[in-house]
Design a protein around this ligand. Structure first.
Ligand code: LLP
Length: 372
């Protein structure tokens, strides 16, 4: 296999999906939509589909990919602050489950497109609950300063507008507060906010068919081998115990990272070992073109030397891209590295392959199924 490449351990994916099923299966009112933005590789989608998850999309391309991979339109929800007209049309024509609408302006455009196409749309409004997810600033979404969703003080007239339009079926509310959330406190806060909001809306005579609490559950990037499957039980129990669903009300989740992060790793080959005056560099053939999370968020993926078990030495592991941010790890202790060694960047199944680019005219990485 040409390096660098993505390797997916489908056994880990299946164990993850099984764990989700054990927590959620058997409850017909709970629906998990996989956030396909995390990874749209058909190898993974096949298993995710087999376990009956729906799909959460943020673009027309994602909707098309979900349909092409056999997911029923009735399992697809569609969020995003900037839905283009063609994307709305695609979703209307496919007959997706729900638009998660992020502004009044968007609601007006969906109404126009419904009228033009003679379609109706199921609508949820995305609420910006002003909850701090305590995660990296680039992946927090539920604060008032973020561009996402409709702020609570502005919500009521927009709900009324949605209810009054015969093109719409008003479904309920949607939330998503951020990503890579490991401290469960923000999810408790989210339940509280959703309960308060539901009480407030009921007083106004507004009934919700469904509540969508988004995604965001984090994974263990430090010890992926010990924790290949996230603690879904703890996460789902928060909503089971704290969210006050009304009889018959549907609950939706949109998990991305937690489903696929640990089943993928990026395998790269060492091109050169370069000794500087103060540093020793292991220069590998993968760069931020294949895995941008370290450069973009300062994220760290565990680095493993798959070839050598020599004495530990200290390296900066860097890529070949002509940018100084192209670094996977500083002062990494690794078994002695040689040219030709294979190095794995672990926990790269989510937002790895999906965010890869062709900068420097580099080819996109190939992928294979394998066992870690
Ligand atoms: N629902 C909505 C509306 C979202 O925007 C997202 C992620 C999810 C669900 C899924 O969130 P998850 O369960 O994966 O945390 N590229 C970044 C993460 C960006 C997340 C964007 N939205 C990273 O690599 O950390």
């Amino acid at each position: 296999m040409r390096t660098p490449y993505y390797q997916y351990d489908l056994g880990i994916l299946q164990a993850t999906l099984k764990s989700i099923e054990e927590c959620v299966g058997g409850n017909p009112d709970w629906h998990v939509h996989y956030a396909i933005k995390a990874n749209a590789n058909p190898l993974l989608l096949k298993h995710i589909n087999e376990y009956g998850l729906g799909i959460d999309c943020v673009s027309g391309g994602e909707i098309q990919t979900a349909l092409d991979n056999g997911f029923p339109a009735s399992s697809i929800v569609f969020a995003g602050v900037g839905k283009a007209d063609w994307e709305i049309d695609l979703a209307l024509n496919a007959g997706i489950a729900c638009f998660n609408v992020e502004s009044e302006a968007e609601l007006d455009v969906i109404a126009e497109r419904c009228a033009a196409l003679g379609k109706t749309a199921r609508i949820a409004l995305r609420v910006n609950p002003d909850v701090d997810a305590h995660t990296h600033k680039n992946i927090t979404t539920g604060k008032a300063e973020n561009k996402f969703g409709i702020e609570i003080p502005m919500l009521l007239p927009i709900i009324r507008k949605a209810q009054q339009n015969p093109s719409f079926v008003f479904e309920g509310l949607h939330f998503h507060i951020g990503s890579q959330i490991l401290d469960m406190e923000p999810f408790h806060m989210l339940c509280q906010k959703a309960n308060d909001l539901q009480d407030m809306l009921e007083k106004e005579g507004i009934k919700l068919n469904s509540i969508n609490v988004g995604g965001g559950l984090g994974v263990d990037y430090v010890n992926p081998e010990q924790n290949p499957v996230p603690n879904f039980r703890e996460y789902f129990d928060i909503f089971r115990n704290e969210l006050k669903l009304r009889p018959g009300q549907q609950l939706h989740f949109e998990l991305g990272r937690a489903v696929v992060a640990q089943c993928g790793r990026l395998v790269t080959k060492v091109l050169y070992v370069k000794q500087g005056t103060i540093k020793k560099f292991a220069i590998v053939d993968a760069g931020f073109t294949e895995l941008i999370r370290p450069a973009l968020y300062g994220a760290h993926h565990k680095i493993v030397n798959l070839t050598s078990n020599g004495p530990l030495q200290k390296y900066d592991v860097v890529g070949p891209i002509c940018e100084s941010s192209d670094i996977f790890g500083k002062d990494e202790m690794l078994p002695e590295v040689h040219r030709g060694d294979l190095i794995a960047l672990m926990s790269a199944g989510a937002y790895g392959e999906a965010m890869s680019s062709q900068y420097n005219c580099r080819p996109l990485p190939p992928t294979e199924a394998g066992k870690f």
